[in-house]
Design a protein around this ligand. Structure first.
Ligand code: ES4
Ligand code: ZN
Length: 319
């Protein structure tokens, strides 16, 4: 569906399509343990978040140079624009690259090369959100934040992703305080596989403005009431939830119940190369599988602009 929309939950590393992975592997002399793009695609069958993350991190081995990151982001922005995305807030995982010996500056400057050109090239405005890997230590997150200081003019917000259960938001209090002091906005994944208590912690301890996923909030009526009262945006990703088996089928997804409850929900694609669809594909899929009307789809699209980190003028221009 090409209704104008903003993408607020998108991991740039999760837009690495098999064809680009093989092209970059060849360019960089990296051996991939798959014979073909078809064979790689067949590995995209996941039992939970961790089984996906294992492949997601392994495939990043092909990303080495600034140009690789620029090519990755440019390919994403072209696809997104073709599906009606006017504004994209893009997550990246610095620690997944620095741990492999790729400097943070290579990642940020490479991504920025594509993002800077996106308004003229694709008609898409952008923001960059630096995520900390919650299954790494709090010290590693702080070191990453310090290493990012020279690049903060390119970064709008911090986020928190990777394996959720056992890694509560409170573990990252210090780095979120440092990010807030530096003037950055704050978001965090919570309530994807983890319990509603993690959503509360993300709000109370980390001071986040948006919750990424948040679907398990529906298990806690008091939390739902608070999220409705404060109109906290939840960046929901139904195709991801099905592929990672957080939800059995698309028809079982709580999205309609979330809208009915009055939650400020947005619709997003998470890791589109792995989960079967970009932003427009996601709108089409939920429209086909769930009892949603045209008004619901318009509300989801409108919410995406309201929840974006845009100022009022930019918001009007984007939608
Ligand atoms: C992710 Cl679906 C999801 N959940 C948590 N962390 C992630 N990183 C990339 N995709
Ligand atoms: Zn995500």
């Amino acid at each position: 569906m090409s209704i104008p929309k903003a993408e607020l939950h998108l991991h740039i590393e999760g837009t690495l399509e098999p064809e680009l992975a093989f092209a970059l592997a060849e360019r960089n002399g990296v051996d991939l343990p798959y014979a073909s793009t078809e064979e790689l695609r067949q590995a995209y069958s996941f039992s939970d978040l961790q089984s996906f993350l294992d492949l997601y991190y392994a495939l990043m081995a092909v990303l080495r140079t600034e140009q690789d990151f620029a090519d990755l982001a440019d390919a994403y922005l072209a696809r997104a624009a073709a599906q009606g995305v006017r504004h994209a807030e893009v997550f990246f995982d610095p620690q997944a690259h620095t741990a492999r010996g790729v400097p943070l500056g290579t990642v940020v400057e490479g991504l920025a090369r594509a993002l800077d050109r996106a308004p003229e090239r694709h008609g898409v405005s952008t923001r960059l959100i630096m995520c900390f890997l919650r299954d790494e230590s709090a010290e590693s997150a702080l070191e990453t934040f310090e290493a990012a200081r020279p690049h903060l003019h390119r970064i709008s917000a911090v986020g928190l992703d990777s394996a959720e259960v056992g890694h509560p938001p409170s573990k990252f209090r210090a780095v979120y305080e440092a990010a807030a002091a530096a003037g950055l906005r704050r978001v965090a994944h919570a309530g994807e596989e983890g319990p509603p208590a993690y959503v509360r912690e993300a709000l109370d301890v980390l001071g986040v403005e948006r919750i990424d996923h948040g679907i398990r909030s529906m298990e806690d009526p008091d939390l739902v009431a608070r999220l409705v009262r404060d109109q906290v945006p939840l960046t929901v990703c139904p195709l991801s939830n099905v592929r990672l088996r957080c939800v059995d089928t698309l028809a079982d997804h709580p999205l309609p119940a979330m809208l009915d409850a009055g939650l400020m929900v947005t619709l997003n694609s998470d890791d589109p190369a792995y989960f079967g669809g970009y932003a427009g594909d996601t709108f089409d899929a939920v429209a086909g599988a769930l009892p949603l009307g045209e008004d619901d789809l318009r509300r989801l699209a409108r919410n995406s602009f309201l929840a974006a980190f845009l100022d009022d003028d930019e918001e009007l221009r984007a939608r």
